[in-house]
Design a protein around this ligand. Structure first.
Ligand SMILES: [Zn+2]
Ligand SMILES: [Zn+2]
Length: 166
């Protein structure tokens, strides 16, 4: 008789093994809940600059449990702060490169094109022309890139129109 009752007693809630199992289950859910909240905090920190908003996002990640992180995902900024910063740096570098292309006359500072031989404002000679095809050539060039004619070394040139940063 006692042997027949034993299996039933094991399923009873008073049984220590059952309580342990239930506590383990609750513990697992709590750990999972905290993990999702922590993920929300970590993700918010990478996307949001304002620490108060990061705190708010973390609260949403905590409450309501499990649903909060999903709600957060709908409203989070689409971009990481680091990516935004890298993009800003890229734009800055591009602007600097454009500024370097901004050629100016060394005498009057008027804007000139790389193809100009003479400054149209103050008539300063900027570049020499190829003796064969008349294209503007650099003083360092030994051969004309347009017509492949050798450029005599003594050709007068004034192409120190250097880049000027803003
Ligand atoms: Zn000029
Ligand atoms: Zn030429």
């Amino acid at each position: 008789m006692t042997l027949a009752v034993l299996p039933l007693a094991q399923i009873s809630l008073d049984d220590p093994d059952w309580t342990l199992l239930r506590n383990l289950g609750i513990g697992l859910v709590v750990v999972l809940w905290l993990a999702t909240a922590y993920w929300t905090f970590k993700d918010a920190r990478r996307r949001i600059r304002d620490p108060w908003l990061v705190g708010l996002a973390t609260l949403v990640g905590l409450f309501p449990p499990f649903l909060g992180p999903i709600v957060y995902m709908f409203f989070r900024p689409p971009e990481y702060i680091q990516d935004a910063r890298e993009r800003e740096l890229e734009i800055q570098a591009m602007e600097e490169r454009l500024a370097q292309l901004d050629l100016r006359c060394p005498v009057c500072r008027a804007k000139v094109e790389p193809s100009y031989l003479v400054c149209p404002v103050c008539t300063t000679r900027l570049k020499s022309a190829c003796p064969s095809c008349g294209q503007p050539v650099d003083s360092l060039w030994q051969v004309c890139p347009y017509c492949a004619t050798d450029i005599p070394p003594g050709l007068p040139s004034l192409d120190d129109v250097r880049t000027e940063r803003r």
